[in-house]
Design a protein around this ligand. Sequence first.
Ligand SMILES: [Zn+2]
Length: 259
Amino acid sequence: MEKTIDDLVEKKERIYFYIASVISVIIYGLIIKFSLPTMGNFAVILLVMKILHGLYIGHIRQNAVKISKKQFADIYEIVEDYSTKLQLEKVPEVYILQSNGILNAFATRFLSVNFVVLHSDILELAYDNGKDAVKFIIAHELGHLKRKHIQKNMLTSMAMIVPFLGSAYSRACETTCDNIASYLAHENPTRGLLVLLAGKKLYGKVDLKEFLEKAEEEREFWSIFSEITSSHPSLSSRLKKIQQPNSGNNTEISEKNES
Ligand SMILES: [Zn+2]
């Protein structure tokens, strides 16, 4: 059954987004009203951040491999396919970055261009053991672009000073992207997270049921406290969630009801 984006968005994401936006706008308003000198400092900080971000994007463009129809065409095909299914306006620029064993991927945006950076070890995994894990990771990052999380972070940034609110919003966004990824990469959605859990060599040996049972047994105050102060849900929470049937027929995701 085809799903809408609405079906895949974590309900708390919208609630936390509205709360964080209102608080953030109030704080921006207070800064403007009462402390114009601070506004000047604030503008300088934003400018410095923009310049640093630009430098980083410039570094990526010259020191990472951009995938295309001629370069890692099979990976590009996945990106193109999921971008179409998510009805993204444009296929993002995707780069492979050598990262000395770090398993990571992230989505970013600079001067209205969307980027996804995949660390090279994740791609090595795809060529060694099949593309299921990589499909999940790509779909997750495209989910951030679909939901415009990067642009929204600009609006909500001031509310991040409220304890727990920023991390709660971030975790809800991550859950949304896991939902999107497990819908699109539905053949084997747990693989992408098992790689982050156990690494690219051992992930196939993890007994998921045993891991989840032990994590549940050991879930006590400090585990919960650690999770609620983190930007991402724990891997045990994420794996438990995407294990639940969420897959459709991997067709496009309808725009209906999106907000
Ligand atoms: Zn994410």
